[in-house]
Design a protein around this ligand. Sequence first.
Ligand SMILES: NC(=O)c1ccc[n+]([C@@H]2O[C@H](COP(=O)([O-])OP(=O)(O)OC[C@H]3O[C@@H](n4cnc5c(N)ncnc54)[C@H](OP(=O)(O)O)[C@@H]3O)[C@@H](O)[C@H]2O)c1
Length: 311
Amino acid sequence: MNDTVSSETRFLHAVDFGLGAWQWGDRLIWQYGQTHKDEDCRAAFEVSLEAGIRFVDTAEVYGSGRSERLLGQFLQETDQPVLVATKYFPYPWRLMKKALMQALRRSLERIGIESVDLYQIHQPYSLLSIENLMEAMAEAVAEGLTRTVGVSNYDQSQMLRAYSALARKDVPLAANQVTFSLLNREIEKNGLLARCQELGIRLIAYSPIEKGLLTGKYSVENPPPGVRGRRYGDLLPKIGPLLKLMTEIGQEHGGRSKAQVALNWCIQKGTMPIPGAKNGEQAEENAGALGWKLTEEEVAKLDEVSDSISD
Ligand SMILES: NC(=O)c1ccc[n+]([C@@H]2O[C@H](COP(=O)([O-])OP(=O)(O)OC[C@H]3O[C@@H](n4cnc5c(N)ncnc54)[C@H](OP(=O)(O)O)[C@@H]3O)[C@@H](O)[C@H]2O)c1
């Protein structure tokens, strides 16, 4: 852990892996109700806990609050400690700073807890300035409603503004949650990842298996359903060589799956992946990314083939 990590945010840097909970309640992208029901979400949560995963990422907008409510139910059913991260959505009609505290209180009610471990601004487009939002975030920390604060989908300049605005209030910027996978390495190439590491900001990697593509179960003949299928139409024909290499590397590690290779690669890059899981089987497979390590040579080979796809 580097010296720039503040004592308040140290716990986040000790977490290698989390569970994403967008799938719990979302019908539009994730077909909640059809491909998975509450029992399946519960199994994903329980299996993850059994595997030692202690960090769950949700948001007020996921399933219009259903994800937070389900998480609240599951938390009540366990006596294990769980770190909870949720997010504020900067809707255009949220014009006052006090909207943030109101939204956070409603999230806490849905989850049924008194404070979260990480409260994040979901995305940077807001009619309130970054400085105003960060003032509200600092107040949330002062009120004891969140232990730490983070941002999500912020580019480097937006993140630095948030970092400085918080620093004026003596609050560290704990995390930036952005998309990162073997099929999307923008943050590695544009310097955001390095800047986070330099400043002690935890980089939380969302869509780390590229919404299912890196499991190898989708192909041109069998694209993912709905919106995902349209979004990945151009990428699917190109990913064969990467999937082949991932299979070979997984075999070198006693038959690790492609999803496990994809997630281990995120960890080796110094990020915390938070794969979403619809059920216990997916959660169990994803948790198998822990407890072993890709070699530096394997990471380099994966980088090379991944580069050849995006070039
Ligand atoms: N901050 C943001 O703006 C933002 C944006 C996106 C996501 N997130 C967070 O990041 C989390 C993860 O990202 P994501 O959900 O976009 O993508 P992801 O984790 O890359 O992909 C999750 C999807 O892949 C499939 N899958 C997962 N594990 C699998 C396995 N072992 N075998 C086969 N299929 C598997 C499942 O869908 P199918 O079974 O339907 O294929 C699952 O819903 C979310 O839950 C959310 O918490 C945040």
